[in-house]
Write a protein of this length. Structure first.
Length: 327
Protein backbone atom coordinates (compact mmCIF):
# COMPACT_ATOMS: atom_id res chain seq x y z
CA UNK A 1 0.00 0.00 0.00
CA UNK A 2 2.84 2.29 0.93
CA UNK A 3 4.63 1.45 -2.34
CA UNK A 4 1.52 2.40 -4.36
CA UNK A 5 1.26 5.72 -2.64
CA UNK A 6 4.92 6.38 -3.32
CA UNK A 7 4.47 5.51 -7.01
CA UNK A 8 1.41 7.82 -7.31
CA UNK A 9 3.31 10.65 -5.75
CA UNK A 10 6.28 10.10 -8.11
CA UNK A 11 4.09 9.98 -11.22
CA UNK A 12 2.24 13.07 -10.11
CA UNK A 13 5.53 14.88 -9.67
CA UNK A 14 6.64 13.85 -13.16
CA UNK A 15 3.38 15.09 -14.68
CA UNK A 16 3.72 18.38 -12.82
CA UNK A 17 7.30 18.75 -13.97
CA UNK A 18 6.33 17.99 -17.56
CA UNK A 19 3.46 20.49 -17.37
CA UNK A 20 5.73 23.16 -15.91
CA UNK A 21 8.21 22.53 -18.70
CA UNK A 22 5.49 22.93 -21.33
CA UNK A 23 4.29 26.13 -19.65
CA UNK A 24 7.82 27.46 -19.61
CA UNK A 25 8.24 26.64 -23.32
CA UNK A 26 4.92 28.32 -24.10
CA UNK A 27 5.96 31.40 -22.14
CA UNK A 28 9.20 31.53 -24.07
CA UNK A 29 7.30 31.21 -27.38
CA UNK A 30 4.86 33.91 -26.33
CA UNK A 31 7.76 36.16 -25.41
CA UNK A 32 9.43 35.46 -28.75
CA UNK A 33 6.21 36.22 -30.60
CA UNK A 34 5.73 39.35 -28.52
CA UNK A 35 9.22 40.56 -29.40
CA UNK A 36 8.68 39.77 -33.08
CA UNK A 37 5.32 41.52 -33.04
CA UNK A 38 6.89 44.53 -31.36
CA UNK A 39 9.70 44.57 -33.91
CA UNK A 40 7.20 44.25 -36.74
CA UNK A 41 5.08 47.07 -35.36
CA UNK A 42 8.13 49.27 -34.97
CA UNK A 43 9.21 48.52 -38.53
CA UNK A 44 5.76 49.31 -39.89
CA UNK A 45 5.25 52.36 -37.72
CA UNK A 46 8.62 53.91 -38.57
CA UNK A 47 8.84 52.76 -42.20
CA UNK A 48 10.04 55.48 -44.61
CA UNK A 49 6.82 55.06 -46.62
CA UNK A 50 3.19 55.34 -45.64
CA UNK A 51 1.55 51.98 -44.88
CA UNK A 52 -2.11 51.14 -44.46
CA UNK A 53 -4.60 48.29 -44.15
CA UNK A 54 -8.15 48.24 -45.51
CA UNK A 55 -11.08 45.88 -45.22
CA UNK A 56 -12.58 44.28 -48.35
CA UNK A 57 -14.72 47.38 -49.02
CA UNK A 58 -11.74 49.73 -48.99
CA UNK A 59 -12.48 51.13 -45.53
CA UNK A 60 -9.27 51.89 -43.64
CA UNK A 61 -8.46 49.86 -40.52
CA UNK A 62 -4.85 50.97 -39.94
CA UNK A 63 -2.34 53.65 -41.00
CA UNK A 64 1.20 54.10 -39.84
CA UNK A 65 2.92 57.27 -38.68
CA UNK A 66 4.50 58.06 -42.02
CA UNK A 67 1.08 57.94 -43.69
CA UNK A 68 -0.31 60.35 -41.09
CA UNK A 69 2.71 62.62 -41.52
CA UNK A 70 2.22 62.70 -45.27
CA UNK A 71 -1.52 63.43 -45.24
CA UNK A 72 -1.77 65.47 -42.03
CA UNK A 73 -4.59 63.21 -40.75
CA UNK A 74 -4.57 61.45 -37.40
CA UNK A 75 -5.10 57.68 -37.30
CA UNK A 76 -8.67 58.20 -36.03
CA UNK A 77 -9.43 60.68 -38.82
CA UNK A 78 -8.18 58.20 -41.42
CA UNK A 79 -10.30 55.29 -40.24
CA UNK A 80 -13.13 54.04 -42.43
CA UNK A 81 -13.37 56.25 -45.49
CA UNK A 82 -12.06 59.31 -43.70
CA UNK A 83 -8.80 58.96 -45.62
CA UNK A 84 -10.59 59.85 -48.88
CA UNK A 85 -11.29 63.43 -47.80
CA UNK A 86 -7.67 64.44 -48.52
CA UNK A 87 -7.76 63.02 -52.05
CA UNK A 88 -8.02 65.29 -55.04
CA UNK A 89 -11.66 64.98 -56.24
CA UNK A 90 -10.63 64.01 -59.76
CA UNK A 91 -8.20 61.38 -58.52
CA UNK A 92 -10.73 60.09 -55.95
CA UNK A 93 -13.23 59.46 -58.75
CA UNK A 94 -10.62 57.59 -60.78
CA UNK A 95 -9.61 55.46 -57.77
CA UNK A 96 -13.22 54.60 -56.95
CA UNK A 97 -13.87 53.58 -60.56
CA UNK A 98 -10.78 51.39 -60.59
CA UNK A 99 -11.64 49.77 -57.27
CA UNK A 100 -15.23 48.99 -58.30
CA UNK A 101 -14.51 47.90 -61.85
CA UNK A 102 -16.80 45.46 -63.63
CA UNK A 103 -14.15 42.75 -63.44
CA UNK A 104 -14.48 42.65 -59.64
CA UNK A 105 -12.31 43.82 -56.74
CA UNK A 106 -8.67 44.33 -57.81
CA UNK A 107 -5.96 42.03 -56.53
CA UNK A 108 -3.18 44.54 -57.09
CA UNK A 109 -3.32 48.29 -57.75
CA UNK A 110 -0.63 50.86 -58.49
CA UNK A 111 -1.60 54.47 -59.10
CA UNK A 112 -0.35 58.03 -58.67
CA UNK A 113 -2.70 60.49 -57.01
CA UNK A 114 -2.75 63.91 -55.38
CA UNK A 115 -3.28 64.57 -51.71
CA UNK A 116 -4.30 67.92 -50.26
CA UNK A 117 -2.92 67.96 -46.74
CA UNK A 118 -4.80 69.51 -43.86
CA UNK A 119 -2.38 72.45 -44.03
CA UNK A 120 -3.30 73.08 -47.67
CA UNK A 121 -0.19 71.61 -49.30
CA UNK A 122 -0.78 69.54 -52.43
CA UNK A 123 1.52 66.55 -52.72
CA UNK A 124 1.77 63.51 -54.96
CA UNK A 125 1.74 59.91 -53.71
CA UNK A 126 2.44 56.65 -55.50
CA UNK A 127 0.16 54.03 -53.95
CA UNK A 128 0.51 50.26 -54.21
CA UNK A 129 -2.12 47.87 -52.87
CA UNK A 130 -2.36 44.08 -52.74
CA UNK A 131 -5.24 41.89 -51.62
CA UNK A 132 -5.15 39.54 -48.57
CA UNK A 133 -6.90 36.16 -48.95
CA UNK A 134 -8.25 33.70 -46.40
CA UNK A 135 -7.89 29.94 -46.62
CA UNK A 136 -10.92 29.71 -48.92
CA UNK A 137 -9.46 32.20 -51.37
CA UNK A 138 -11.77 35.06 -50.46
CA UNK A 139 -10.44 38.61 -50.19
CA UNK A 140 -10.49 39.65 -46.54
CA UNK A 141 -8.71 42.97 -46.90
CA UNK A 142 -5.90 44.95 -48.45
CA UNK A 143 -2.48 46.12 -47.39
CA UNK A 144 -0.53 48.78 -49.17
CA UNK A 145 2.05 51.51 -49.15
CA UNK A 146 2.26 55.10 -50.31
CA UNK A 147 5.48 56.81 -51.42
CA UNK A 148 5.94 60.58 -51.60
CA UNK A 149 6.74 61.36 -55.26
CA UNK A 150 6.04 65.09 -55.10
CA UNK A 151 9.56 66.16 -56.03
CA UNK A 152 9.68 63.66 -58.87
CA UNK A 153 6.39 64.94 -60.26
CA UNK A 154 7.55 68.54 -59.92
CA UNK A 155 10.72 67.65 -61.77
CA UNK A 156 8.72 65.92 -64.50
CA UNK A 157 6.38 68.91 -64.77
CA UNK A 158 9.34 71.30 -64.93
CA UNK A 159 10.97 69.18 -67.62
CA UNK A 160 7.69 69.14 -69.51
CA UNK A 161 7.42 72.92 -69.19
CA UNK A 162 11.00 73.37 -70.40
CA UNK A 163 10.41 70.98 -73.29
CA UNK A 164 7.25 72.81 -74.34
CA UNK A 165 9.08 76.13 -74.05
CA UNK A 166 11.94 74.81 -76.19
CA UNK A 167 9.49 73.46 -78.75
CA UNK A 168 7.78 76.85 -78.83
CA UNK A 169 11.13 78.59 -79.30
CA UNK A 170 12.04 76.16 -82.07
CA UNK A 171 8.73 76.87 -83.81
CA UNK A 172 9.24 80.61 -83.47
CA UNK A 173 12.84 80.38 -84.66
CA UNK A 174 11.80 78.19 -87.58
CA UNK A 175 9.14 80.74 -88.53
CA UNK A 176 11.73 83.53 -88.29
CA UNK A 177 14.19 81.59 -90.44
CA UNK A 178 11.46 80.77 -92.95
CA UNK A 179 10.48 84.44 -93.12
CA UNK A 180 14.14 85.46 -93.38
CA UNK A 181 14.62 82.93 -96.15
CA UNK A 182 11.66 84.40 -98.03
CA UNK A 183 13.01 87.91 -97.57
CA UNK A 184 16.43 86.75 -98.68
CA UNK A 185 14.96 85.05 -101.74
CA UNK A 186 13.07 88.24 -102.57
CA UNK A 187 16.22 90.33 -102.15
CA UNK A 188 18.20 87.87 -104.25
CA UNK A 189 15.53 88.08 -106.94
CA UNK A 190 15.75 91.88 -106.84
CA UNK A 191 19.55 91.75 -107.02
CA UNK A 192 19.41 89.31 -109.92
CA UNK A 193 16.87 91.51 -111.70
CA UNK A 194 19.07 94.56 -111.11
CA UNK A 195 22.12 92.70 -112.34
CA UNK A 196 20.30 91.51 -115.43
CA UNK A 197 19.11 95.05 -116.09
CA UNK A 198 22.64 96.36 -115.64
CA UNK A 199 24.02 93.66 -117.89
CA UNK A 200 21.46 94.53 -120.54
CA UNK A 201 22.39 98.19 -120.23
CA UNK A 202 26.09 97.40 -120.44
CA UNK A 203 25.59 94.99 -123.32
CA UNK A 204 23.51 97.55 -125.26
CA UNK A 205 25.01 100.94 -124.26
CA UNK A 206 23.46 103.91 -126.02
CA UNK A 207 25.45 107.15 -125.72
CA UNK A 208 24.59 110.64 -126.99
CA UNK A 209 27.46 112.04 -129.06
CA UNK A 210 25.92 115.34 -130.03
CA UNK A 211 22.50 116.81 -130.63
CA UNK A 212 20.73 114.36 -132.90
CA UNK A 213 23.55 111.76 -132.80
CA UNK A 214 23.55 108.52 -130.78
CA UNK A 215 26.24 105.85 -130.67
CA UNK A 216 25.94 102.22 -129.58
CA UNK A 217 29.35 100.55 -129.20
CA UNK A 218 28.91 96.76 -129.14
CA UNK A 219 31.42 94.46 -127.46
CA UNK A 220 31.40 90.66 -127.42
CA UNK A 221 29.37 88.12 -129.31
CA UNK A 222 25.79 88.86 -130.29
CA UNK A 223 23.33 86.11 -129.37
CA UNK A 224 19.70 85.99 -130.44
CA UNK A 225 18.61 87.25 -127.01
CA UNK A 226 21.13 90.08 -127.06
CA UNK A 227 20.08 90.99 -130.59
CA UNK A 228 16.53 91.58 -129.31
CA UNK A 229 17.93 93.77 -126.55
CA UNK A 230 19.97 95.80 -129.04
CA UNK A 231 16.91 96.39 -131.18
CA UNK A 232 14.71 97.40 -128.23
CA UNK A 233 17.32 99.75 -126.74
CA UNK A 234 18.08 101.33 -130.09
CA UNK A 235 14.46 102.00 -131.00
CA UNK A 236 13.64 103.32 -127.53
CA UNK A 237 16.66 105.63 -127.60
CA UNK A 238 15.87 107.00 -131.04
CA UNK A 239 12.22 107.52 -130.18
CA UNK A 240 13.01 109.26 -126.88
CA UNK A 241 15.80 111.53 -128.16
CA UNK A 242 14.58 112.21 -131.69
CA UNK A 243 18.05 111.31 -132.98
CA UNK A 244 18.76 111.85 -136.68
CA UNK A 245 21.83 109.61 -136.91
CA UNK A 246 22.69 106.41 -135.04
CA UNK A 247 26.14 104.88 -135.07
CA UNK A 248 26.45 101.10 -134.53
CA UNK A 249 30.09 100.40 -133.71
CA UNK A 250 31.05 96.71 -133.96
CA UNK A 251 34.77 97.16 -133.39
CA UNK A 252 34.52 94.99 -130.27
CA UNK A 253 32.51 92.20 -131.93
CA UNK A 254 34.99 89.36 -132.60
CA UNK A 255 32.85 87.61 -135.16
CA UNK A 256 29.64 88.13 -137.04
CA UNK A 257 27.37 85.15 -137.61
CA UNK A 258 23.86 84.86 -138.93
CA UNK A 259 22.35 86.17 -135.65
CA UNK A 260 24.66 89.19 -135.57
CA UNK A 261 24.17 90.01 -139.25
CA UNK A 262 20.40 89.69 -138.98
CA UNK A 263 20.44 91.87 -135.86
CA UNK A 264 22.39 94.60 -137.67
CA UNK A 265 20.05 94.58 -140.64
CA UNK A 266 16.91 94.60 -138.51
CA UNK A 267 18.30 97.44 -136.36
CA UNK A 268 19.16 99.44 -139.48
CA UNK A 269 15.75 98.93 -141.08
CA UNK A 270 13.81 99.70 -137.89
CA UNK A 271 15.89 102.82 -137.24
CA UNK A 272 15.26 104.12 -140.78
CA UNK A 273 11.54 103.63 -140.23
CA UNK A 274 11.81 106.08 -137.33
CA UNK A 275 13.46 108.61 -139.63
CA UNK A 276 17.06 108.17 -138.49
CA UNK A 277 20.11 107.25 -140.53
CA UNK A 278 22.30 104.28 -139.48
CA UNK A 279 26.08 104.23 -139.70
CA UNK A 280 27.94 100.96 -139.06
CA UNK A 281 31.56 101.41 -137.96
CA UNK A 282 34.42 99.12 -137.02
CA UNK A 283 33.96 96.55 -139.78
CA UNK A 284 37.35 94.81 -140.07
CA UNK A 285 38.61 92.51 -142.83
CA UNK A 286 37.48 89.33 -141.08
CA UNK A 287 33.98 90.69 -140.42
CA UNK A 288 33.72 92.01 -143.92
CA UNK A 289 34.67 88.59 -145.32
CA UNK A 290 32.03 86.94 -143.15
CA UNK A 291 29.33 89.36 -144.26
CA UNK A 292 30.17 88.60 -147.89
CA UNK A 293 30.05 84.85 -147.26
CA UNK A 294 26.67 85.27 -145.55
CA UNK A 295 25.51 87.37 -148.49
CA UNK A 296 24.47 90.21 -146.23
CA UNK A 297 23.94 93.30 -148.30
CA UNK A 298 24.93 96.62 -146.74
CA UNK A 299 24.04 98.76 -149.77
CA UNK A 300 21.52 100.84 -147.83
CA UNK A 301 23.80 101.27 -144.80
CA UNK A 302 26.60 103.81 -144.46
CA UNK A 303 29.81 102.12 -143.25
CA UNK A 304 33.01 103.57 -141.85
CA UNK A 305 36.16 101.78 -140.76
CA UNK A 306 36.40 103.44 -137.34
CA UNK A 307 34.12 104.95 -134.77
CA UNK A 308 35.93 108.28 -135.12
CA UNK A 309 35.22 108.33 -138.82
CA UNK A 310 31.61 107.44 -138.17
CA UNK A 311 31.21 110.25 -135.66
CA UNK A 312 32.71 112.76 -138.10
CA UNK A 313 30.31 111.63 -140.81
CA UNK A 314 27.35 111.78 -138.44
CA UNK A 315 28.18 115.32 -137.37
CA UNK A 316 28.44 116.44 -140.97
CA UNK A 317 25.08 114.87 -141.76
CA UNK A 318 23.39 116.53 -138.79
CA UNK A 319 25.03 119.87 -139.62
CA UNK A 320 24.01 119.58 -143.23
CA UNK A 321 20.42 118.92 -142.32
CA UNK A 322 20.45 121.81 -139.88
CA UNK A 323 21.88 124.16 -142.50
CA UNK A 324 19.36 122.92 -145.02
CA UNK A 325 16.47 123.56 -142.69
CA UNK A 326 17.57 127.17 -142.03
CA UNK A 327 17.68 128.21 -145.68
Amino acid sequence: MVERDEMSTSEEADRVAALEQKLAERDREIERLRRELFRFRMMVEHAPVGMFEDDPTGACTYVNGRWCEFTGLTPDEAMGFGWTKVLDPEDATALAAQFSSASGPPINMAVDFRVTRTDGQVRWMHGQTTAIFDESGQIVGYIGSGTDITERRRTEQELQRVQEELEQRVEERTAELRKAAEVRAELEAQVIASQESLIRELSTPLMPIADGVLAMPLVGSISAERAEGILEALLAGVSASGAQVVILDITGVPMVDTHAADALMRAARATRLLGAEVIVTGIGPAVAQTLIELDVGLNDVVTRSTLQAGIAHALRRVKGRFMGSTK
